[in-house]
Design a protein around this ligand. Structure first.
Ligand code: RB5
Length: 151
């Protein structure tokens, strides 16, 4: 089992209305795997503005209160844009398993973003599994991610 899967106990998850249905499917999926899922909204299909929902989760990751989070909107783009405003957040928009593995291995992503309107549920589950079973490779990748923040 990869380090991250052993260390992560609590996983915050958040979505806008476009990602709500997928979020509701992923929460029990993660709970069945033994994770304590923190649902940070939204809580219905009613239209919301994704920044309102995503900033609180991104702040938690930025402050180191959780190791890893999942955010979802229709395309995954809006939520990624919000999350990546935070200096300690590395959010990767993941649309297939291999992207999710590499997001951990090479980018040490601490949030993955999913595109609910373009990602079948079975693929979304595989994306999460791939991320959780991967480990950051460090070395040259550490040097590179250390160059990401704007000072
Ligand atoms: C909502 O209609 C949609 O714009 C939102 O979920 C997201 O895709 C934005 O990037």
């Amino acid at each position: 089992m990869a380090d991250i899967e052993k260390n992560i106990k609590k996983i915050p998850i958040a979505s806008d209305h476009a990602g709500f249905d997928l979020k509701q499917i992923l929460i029990p999926y993660l709970e069945e795997k033994g994770f304590d899922v923190v649902d940070m909204g939204c809580y219905s299909n009613e239209s919301v503005d994704y920044p309102d929902i995503i900033h609180p989760l991104a702040k938690e990751i930025n402050e180191g209160n959780y190791e890893f989070g999942i955010i979802i909107c229709g395309t995954g783009n809006g939520v990624s844009m919000v999350a990546n405003k935070y200096p300690n957040v590395r959010c990767a928009l993941c649309w297939k398993e291999e992207i999710a593995s590499l997001a951990k291995q090479h980018n040490n992503a601490n949030i993955i973003a999913l595109a609910a309107r373009f990602t079948p549920v079975d693929i979304a589950k595989k994306i999460i599994d791939s991320y959780l079973s991967s480990s950051f490779e460090g070395d040259r990748h550490l040097r590179r991610i250390n160059k990401i923040p704007v000072h």
